[in-house]
Design a protein around this ligand. Structure first.
Ligand SMILES: [Zn+2]
Ligand SMILES: [Zn+2]
Length: 287
């Protein structure tokens, strides 16, 4: 600043209006009120909401509906978002001539600064509400509690998110309404675990079933199914049930259920069982 002033002073030979007027214009260009004013009047998206919900394994697999209550800002319905009482309309602001902006010139020791400010009388809207709507007090918007009912799509996984576009608060200056984001947490299941669209589960069987094979009931999503265990089945054997996994919402993809067999040693034996195992022990080869 000092250097510029010194330079201007030496050229014009004094602190004349001419030199400082030029500086004022430069400042208007660089720091112009018009810039910050434009930023404050720029379209701005309304408030977003971040919610959470917990689903059971089955709810996530099959999809479900959930309700959420939020307090959001909406356009006042009484006045259709005008802020004016019924039968009245806004008048053009006489202070700014309806532009919503005023040019201010300030004198300082550095020269004249000219900048554009928002018209304080009309708040930059360019119009004056003569009779405010009694419902919104002329603000044209209201804050209300709304219950949103939404479908959580089938196949959503832990950590997934559902977004309800435009269900948040009203935007400002023509900006879009905010969004509602719902973070999904899926509770662990006592039998199933998930790997993408596939479902894993363990199938405990006893020595006789493992050795002889046979029909065994297996839990599947929404019920049970019967599968055939081949004879001489070992612990760790994997059996794939095609199409018994998670069905993707709206998609054709469907996962499988992968059953892992586990041969369970009896925790205790009654006298009859013990006698039979002892008989068996005499004739089975040792490993
Ligand atoms: Zn005005
Ligand atoms: Zn209103």
């Amino acid at each position: 600043m000092y250097d510029l002033r010194g330079h201007a002073a030496s050229q014009s030979g004094g602190y004349g209006d001419f030199g400082f007027g030029g500086l004022g214009e430069i400042f208007d260009t660089f720091f112009g009120g018009a810039f910050s004013d434009a930023a404050s009047r720029a379209p701005r998206q309304g408030e977003n909401f971040r919610l959470k919900t917990r689903l059971t394994f089955e709810e996530a697999a099959f999809g479900c509906t959930r309700e959420f209550t939020i307090r959001r800002t909406e356009a006042c319905q009484e006045c259709n978002g005008t802020g004016c009482a019924e039968g009245t309309s806004p008048l053009k602001c006489t202070d700014c001539g309806g532009s919503g902006r005023l040019r201010r010139v300030e004198q300082s020791i550095f020269g004249r600064f000219s900048h554009v400010v928002r018209c304080p009388r009309c708040g930059g809207t360019g119009s004056i509400i003569t009779v405010p709507c009694s419902h919104c007090k002329g603000t044209a918007q209201v804050t209300v509690s709304r219950t949103l009912r939404t479908q959580i799509p089938a196949g959503i996984d832990n950590g997934g998110q559902v977004t309800l576009r435009g269900k948040g608060s009203l935007g400002a200056h023509g900006g879009a309404a905010g969004d509602v984001h719902i973070a999904v947490e899926v509770e662990p299941h006592e039998v199933f675990s998930r790997d993408g669209l596939d479902i894993n589960c363990e199938l405990p069987i006893n020595f006789a079933q493992a050795a002889l094979g046979g029909e065994v009931a297996v839990p599947v999503l929404g019920g049970t199914t019967s599968i055939r265990i081949p004879s001489n089945t070992q612990t760790g054997k994997m059996i794939r049930l095609k199409g018994k996994g998670i069905q993707e919402a709206g998609g054709k993809r469907c996962g499988d259920q992968i059953v892992q067999v586990r041969v369970v040693t009896p925790k205790k034996l009654d006298p009859d069982q013990r006698r039979l195992f002892e008989e068996l022990a005499k004739i089975l080869p040792t490993e």
